[in-house]
Ligand binder design. Structure first.
Ligand SMILES: NC(=O)c1ccc[n+]([C@@H]2O[C@H](COP(=O)([O-])OP(=O)(O)OC[C@H]3O[C@@H](n4cnc5c(N)ncnc54)[C@H](O)[C@@H]3O)[C@@H](O)[C@H]2O)c1
Length: 383
């Protein structure tokens, strides 16, 4: 195989951008070979761009059977990610799913179970994992730079969305079409990084998810969650699509220091002595553990985002490197999102792993009350 042939399923905001990146040669070992959308208008728009250089399909199954692609990239609304990925694997195709891996853990597990016996790769578009600041933060924590983690605090509120955004698609911000709000659409990146960077997943959460608090929508657009970890650490995760200008501040405190990611920059404060040791060893009353001056960590490397992940997928298919974001990692963010919503719906603390049958029952109740959005005009705005 000279170049890996990609087929995009779903030519909306995100699929259009991935197609453009491939067509513009940004994926060294990959080419755009085909696109698929159930809407004729989307296929017409793609035809106007790519003419007869690629193949066009109005049904994923036909693309799978066509022999025109090696990898499919699923860029449809969330509920369909697992089903389309399973069908792709059944056709011996490699696959990348957009985030989130699915709406609820039961369906993600079906996809991951199928992947275990597949002869192809299954990746996920966690494009924020390519951010060198997050990679550095993860590496430093893994290397013990802050000791044992005591506290994780992420306030990610700079994903501002207007009512017009929600009104741009009938599936958006509905239980029946999207399956959730900020936890399912904007924050899946941070719900992944929150666990990937720290190497820890919460075991208990108490969350408050406000449904349609700031927008005319069915789903959550404002979330505050308290988390507890196995090692006794605690955390807070806050997100909304309504704060302006909002912030993106992720602080991880350990027994030997603190790492702070804020607005793209990374800061490190190192204690001279482990705080747990100092607390009981010192005879001073109001002292604090001696620390080095806070330093900004130099971030090396480019944040290649979507292009970086697709380059990695093409290389992984060619056997040149492992997948950087395997879809099996995608279950953690979905489970945390499900746990937060469940906690809020039940108005109590939820233990992880969650009772996924209970979650699904609660989700079905929400779906039963849900209606596709009435929209003036469906619009596509390239990401
Ligand atoms: N990684 C990122 O940075 C990022 C950014 C934006 C969106 N996304 C994700 O991309 C996905 C799509 O979001 P969007 O904003 O592009 O949505 P969108 O509504 O703009 O596009 C979705 C497209 O999928 C098509 N579609 C629906 N069902 C289909 C099917 N069964 N077969 C073929 N085509 C189908 C629709 O007709 C539409 O054109 C979501 O999972 C979203 O979370 C990821």
């Amino acid at each position: 195989m000279e170049k890996v042939r990609f087929g995009i399923i779903g030519c909306g905001n995100m699929g259009t951008k991935h197609a453009e990146n491939l067509a513009n040669g940004l994926i060294k070992n990959g080419v755009l070979a085909a696109v698929c959308d159930i809407k004729p208008s989307r296929l017409d728009a793609m035809r106007a761009l790519y003419g007869d250089t690629i193949a066009y399909f109005d049904c994923a199954e036909d693309m799978y059977k066509s022999g025109t692609v090696d990898v499919v990239h699923i860029c449809t609304p969330h509920y369909d990610h697992p089903r389309l990925a399973i069908e792709a694997m059944d056709h011996h195709l490699h696959c990348v799913v957009e985030k989130p891996a699915g709406v609820y853990t039961k369906q993600v597990k079906e996809m991951l179970t199928r992947a275990e016996s597949a002869d192809t790769l299954l990746g996920i578009m966690f494009n924020q994992r390519t951010n060198p600041a997050f990679r550095k933060m993860r590496e430093m924590i893994q290397n013990g730079a802050i000791g044992r983690i005591k506290r994780t605090n992420w306030i990610i509120t700079d994903w501002y969305r207007t009512q017009e955004y929600y009104d741009s698609g009938a599936w958006r911000a509905t239980w029946v079409g999207e399956g959730g709000g900020v936890l399912m659409n904007q924050a899946p990146h941070q719900l992944d990084l929150f666990q990937w960077i720290t190497g820890m997943s919460p075991v208990r959460v108490r969350a408050f998810c406000h449904l349609g608090k700031w927008h005319d929508i069915e789903v959550e657009d404002d979330v505050t969650c308290y988390c507890e970890y196995e090692n006794g650490a605690t955390g807070v995760f806050i997100t909304t699509t309504a704060d302006a200008p909002g912030t993106n501040r992720f602080e991880v405190t350990g027994t030997k220091g603190t790492l702070l990611f804020e607005k793209g920059r990374l800061y490190y404060t190192e204690l001279d002595i482990d705080e747990r040791e100092y607390c009981f060893a010192t005879r001073a009353v109001f002292a604090t553990p001696p620390a080095k001056e806070t330093v900004e960590i130099a971030i090396e490397g480019e944040n290649t985002q979507h292009v970086g992940i697709l380059n990695n997928v093409a290389n992984a298919v060619l056997g040149l490197e492992p997948l950087y974001a395997p879809a099996s990692d995608g279950i953690h963010g979905v489970e945390l999102a499900n746990a937060m919503l469940l906690s809020s719906l039940l108005d109590k603390t939820v233990t992880l792993p969650i009772d996924e049958d209970l979650f699904y029952e609660e989700l079905k109740k929400l779906i039963a009350t849900s209606k596709p959005r009435q929209i003036r005009e469906e619009t596509v705005t390239k990401v």
